[in-house]
Design a protein around this ligand. Structure first.
Ligand SMILES: Cc1cc2nc3c(=O)[nH]c(=O)nc-3n(C[C@H](O)[C@H](O)[C@H](O)COP(=O)(O)OP(=O)(O)OC[C@H]3O[C@@H](n4cnc5c(N)ncnc54)[C@H](O)[C@@H]3O)c2cc1C
Length: 568
């Protein structure tokens, strides 16, 4: 085949014969050995341009040992022998959206997540932007799901009681001569059916008054929105659980048995289960799941992104979503270039960048990422600075070499659906992906509609946001809502208690933080941490020392400092 010969010629030239491409059955396989991870990524991305098939990476990376998946530190038989209709692997936004949708059918659903809580990987470490789809190309799978998913947000969030708003995204152009480029690109986006509006500097400053002096104009994309991504993920799972889905945390899939091209059993650290259908929503580990299922037609190259959260004092610097236009980012780094986002919780979020990595769970934040990202975004909004940063975090995208989602029934194995390669805009796309995947699952399993499905989830009341008279009467009924434990975010004891009594279990300091926000403010839990720890211990009737920060092995308190003293 001319294509693969040409590719091998190019790979030879670039890597001196150390790697080769060959055609597999329905995929293109790369083999050989390289010591630089970025070379492997470049080879994969290059190969994807030469084929319409998926690129499967079997190049041995000799530069370092790729760490295996972290497994939960427990083992029991609590799931042994279960026979769910559907086993969903992964409790990110995609897995949780998929867990909720099939509850519209009479199906027995089990979702397993290897971490101690939901949304611990990409779904809890992103920008929370509902994308208008401006960087996506016609024909991409991610475009189809992004556009559909975006439109589903208002209704979905109403049903789940999750905050969401269309803020609009302002892509800013500097220098006068860029106006022509802005007007030309406006035509392009209109042609792509993406609502867009041109704003000259005067009009733009009416909406975003603190932009840099050299911002000459912007394109506004009104269908861009903001959401709390881990809040959404947890809400999806809670609604699925209230409708009967079983969510099993600290549960990792470690192997599968197949017979006649069908998965017959799935091994976990909590026993062997026998699902009729498996759904792979394992993020950066989705390739490992595909390998276990003998159905590997794609490879993942993880890509890190770092974000900063700024103090609410800086919130007035940006009211919407503001980003600089950087064509090089979109084309070369497969990133949207980042921006500054006014979140649903009234913080500014700044970032992210895009750095390739072979470590799929190393969420450490590099100082240079913070510095570089802040400097880049300050060029558009000079009023933000390092002193405003209250925290930062890093997430890892699960990119394929095709830079597209891989959403498909198994090709070699009959009873698996992959929802893999879900990099950005996976938050935006998740509701639409879930719609399709659950319809396929219902058809495959011959499931009937479930008239009892209730799409409504009652959110935890946010006392500080209630009108004074409602707050008053709530506190009169239950004084716990009047006892403030987190002063930065104004969170009451009642709200913390509510977070511990939901349909998906929560028993950690970080779990409470992600549900009702104590510890999210300027002091980052310095004041409320000990109080929340005590409420968790009291509510769950466990010793203070048994309360964990995030995972089963993240201890907070080791014991009394003095023999007769108290722990906190
Ligand atoms: C920095 C950054 C910014 C982003 N910004 C945006 C944005 O603004 N808007 C947007 O739409 N998208 C954004 N994205 C993309 C979005 O976050 C992801 O596409 C989405 O979260 C992917 O969800 P997921 O459920 O597929 O994967 P994950 O959230 O990664 O979930 C996969 C889960 O599977 C679990 N798992 C893995 N292996 C196993 C196993 N063997 N057994 C059991 N469980 C397992 C993992 O623990 C993990 O929890 C961003 C991503 C990053 C990193």
């Amino acid at each position: 085949m001319a294509g693969i010969a040409g590719l091998n010629k190019k790979l030879n030239k670039l890597y001196g014969g150390r790697i080769r491409a060959e055609n597999g059955d329905g995929y293109l396989r790369l083999t050989g050995a390289l010591s630089e991870w970025n070379d492997i990524v470049r080879a994969g991305l290059l190969s994807a341009k030469y084929t319409k098939r998926g690129v499967v990476n079997d190049i041995v990376f000799t530069g370092a040992a790729i760490p295996p998946a972290r497994l939960p530190p427990l083992s029991d038989l609590s799931l042994e022998g279960l026979r769910p209709d559907v086993l969903i692997i992964g409790g990110g936004v995609v897995g949780c959206a998929i867990a909720r949708e099939p509850m519209r059918y009479k199906l027995d659903i089990l979702l397993v997540e290897k971490e101690h809580d939901l949304a611990m990987h990409a779904s809890g470490r992103n920008d929370g932007m509902v994308h208008p789809g401006i960087d996506l190309k016609a024909g991409q799978i991610k475009k189809k799901y992004n556009d559909r998913g975006n439109r589903m947000y208002p209704r979905l969030c109403r049903e789940l009681g999750v905050q969401f708003r269309y803020t609009g995204q302002y892509v800013c152009f500097t220098n006068g001569w860029m106006k022509g480029v802005a007007l030309l690109s406006l035509l392009y986006w209109k042609f792509m059916n993406i609502p867009a509006e041109y704003l000259g500097r005067r009009k733009l400053l009416e909406r975003e008054p603190r932009l840099a002096g050299d911002v000459s104009c912007a394109l506004c994309f009104p269908t861009a929105g903001v959401i709390c991504p881990y809040g959404l993920t947890i809400a999806l799972a809670e609604n699925a659980a209230s409708n009967g889905a079983r969510i099993s945390l600290d549960t990792a899939v470690t192997g599968m048995e197949l017979e006649n091209s069908k998965i017959v059993s799935v091994q976990t650290n909590r026993g062997k289960v026998y699902p009729r259908l498996v759904i792979n929503a394992a993020g950066v580990f989705s390739e490992d799941i595909a390998r276990m299922a003998k159905d590997r037609y794609f490879s993942i190259h993880p890509r890190k992104g770092t974000n900063m959260i700024l103090d609410k004092k800086a919130a007035k610097e940006v009211w919407t979503i503001v980003s600089p236009l950087n064509i090089a980012d979109v084309v070369k780094a497969h990133s949207k270039g980042g921006g500054i986002i006014h979140t649903v919780d009234d913080n500014l979020l700044v970032g992210p960048d895009a750095v390739e990595t072979y470590e799929r769970e190393n969420f450490a934040t590099a100082r240079e990422s913070v510095k570089r990202t802040l400097a880049k975004q300050r060029a558009t909004v000079p009023g933000i600075g390092e002193r405003d940063i209250i925290t930062y975090f890093t997430g890892i995208r699960a990119a394929t070499f095709e830079e597209d989602f891989y959403i498909s029934f198994g090709r070699s194995t009959e009873n698996i659906i992959h929802a893999a390669g879900i990099q950005s805009p996976g938050i935006t796309a998740a509701p639409a992906i879930a719609g399709d995947v659950s319809a396929w699952a219902a058809k495959y399993l011959g499931a009937k509609a479930n008239a009892a499905f209730d799409p409504i989830r009652k959110p935890i009341v946010r006392t500080a946001e209630l009108p004074p008279d409602e707050r008053d009467s709530l506190i009169r009924k239950d004084p716990d809502y009047g006892e403030i434990v987190c002063r930065c975010e104004e969170i009451s004891r009642g709200e913390v208690r509510d977070a511990l009594r939901r349909s998906v279990p929560c028993d950690t300091l970080d779990g409470v933080k992600r549900r009702v926000r104590p510890g999210m403010g300027r002091c980052q839990g310095g004041f409320c941490g000990p109080l929340v720890t005590r409420i968790i211990a009291e509510e769950l009737n466990i010793p203070l020392e048994a309360v964990r920060k995030s995972s089963l092995d993240s201890r907070i308190l080791l014991g009394d400092t003095k023999s007769a003293g108290v722990s906190v």
